[in-house]
Design a protein around this ligand. Structure first.
Ligand SMILES: [Zn+2]
Ligand SMILES: [Zn+2]
Length: 398
């Protein structure tokens, strides 16, 4: 039974597939019983892949999204044991990809313990739910969501009231501040923004977002398109001597790239693969709108214990050039899975926006690449500080 992503009826089928109790010991079971377990696992695996993929939700209307959300809450209330994170995944995908689909459901979302981290599910929450979340934090009311979940939810809401509240906590830390590793206002980063010194919101991502896809998925007349990926750069790494790789080479003259607020014709963001997979932070390059991409004097001495792989060592990971091109525009900047340019990063290990070495401000997220090649199973993220002309990258994996 092959499923095509994106059909409403398929997703209802998928939601109805019951959680499969994990069976680890099959000794003593008949061949028939074992085959049946495998069939169930396979069916559940397919259903799981469908509902957790954000792509599935791209074409749903608000009404369709809403009925899927209601079904997800019913699934949660039915207490589906081994797949209990699935309702949270469905609701998060709806919040990220189908704006408006969770209207009226926010009180129910808050009542239930759906806390599976970084709660973008609450991004469009009504004011009463927002105020309830603030009171849950402040009044030390017993809550099933952790304090981190609640702060992330507030960060995603991120409206004027949340900004004022974060600023107030910044000036007068709340009683519960010492129970957190970071100040409350820094949770804004999880939702792609930071609180300025003046107490206002500064976004760290661009609202426009486009898929980066394999060339076969892009219209022929549109290849190579305005974005080239993983091209050898003429500069060498000042730490290890390897050639730098231009992770993203962007043609700024293409109208689709107009969301990048930089004058000129070309933007290049480079990294050293040898160093990127070993150390944090990554080297910084000097950039401009004319394609300049140079090793920056802001880079300090090479990190200690840096390994330098032989450039001809074939076991050493490499990124094949020109395997990704610009695809379709996404409906929202919040659908963060997969490779894309613009929109919000999909942090594998939590938000980690690098600081610009020149102005010390957090750098803006530009694009991410999820290569899925060999052992490169993580995500590369590219950042810029356009006012200082600096670029850098990050790499996170599980
Ligand atoms: Zn290097
Ligand atoms: Zn800067």
């Amino acid at each position: 039974m092959k499923r095509e992503a994106g059909e409403v009826v398929d997703i209802f089928d998928a939601i109805r597939i019951p959680g499969i109790p994990r069976v680890w010991i099959t000794r003593g079971l008949s061949t028939e019983q074992i085959q049946s377990i495998h069939r169930n696992l396979e069916e559940f695996g397919e259903a799981e892949n469908l509902v957790v993929s954000s792509e599935t939700y791209r074409h749903f209307t608000v009404d369709e999204g809403r009925s899927i959300a209601v079904a997800a809450l019913e699934l949660f209330d039915a207490g589906a044991n081994s797949n209990e994170y699935i309702p949270h995944q469905i609701l998060t995908n709806l919040a990220n990809v189908v704006p408006g689909s969770l209207q009226g459901l926010y009180p129910s979302l808050l009542e239930r313990d759906l806390g599976w981290g970084s709660d973008s599910m609450f991004r469009e929450a009504d004011w009463a739910t927002r105020d309830r979340i603030i009171s849950l934090l402040d009044a030390q009311v017993q809550s099933i969501y952790t304090r981190q979940d609640l702060l992330c939810a507030l960060a995603w809401i991120g409206d004027d009231v949340v900004q004022r509240q974060f600023y107030q906590w910044h000036q007068t830390p709340p009683m519960w501040r010492n129970l957190l590793y970071t100040p409350p206002e820094e949770y804004a980063n999880a939702a792609g923004w930071e609180l300025t010194e003046e107490g206002t919101r500064r976004n760290l991502f661009f609202e426009m977002c486009y898929d980066l896809v394999v060339p076969e998925q892009a219209p022929l007349e549109d290849t190579p398109g305005p974005v080239s990926v993983a091209i050898i750069n003429e500069e060498r790494c000042g730490w290890c001597g390897h050639p730098l790789t231009t992770l993203f080479d962007i043609d700024l003259r293409d109208p689709r790239m107009a969301f990048l607020p930089i004058q000129g014709k070309r933007l290049r963001i480079a990294q050293c693969l040898n160093c990127a997979l070993q150390v944090m932070p990554h080297p910084v390059t000097d950039i401009d709108g004319d394609g300049t991409s140079r090793w920056s004097l802001y880079n300090t001495d090479p990190p200690k214990n840096l390994k330098v792989y032989d450039e001809n060592d074939t076991s050493y990971e490499s990124l094949p050039p020109n395997q990704w091109v610009l695809g379709m525009a996404r409906r929202t900047p919040y659908e963060n899975q997969g490779s894309h340019i613009g929109g919000c990063p999909d942090w594998v290990q939590g938000a980690e926006y690098p600081h610009c070495p020149a102005c010390q401000k957090k750098m803006m997220f530009v694009a991410q690449l999820e290569p899925n090649i060999g052992s490169l199973e993580g995500i590369f993220y590219a950042f810029v500080c356009l006012s200082c002309g600096k670029a850098t990258t990050m790499y996170q994996q599980t």
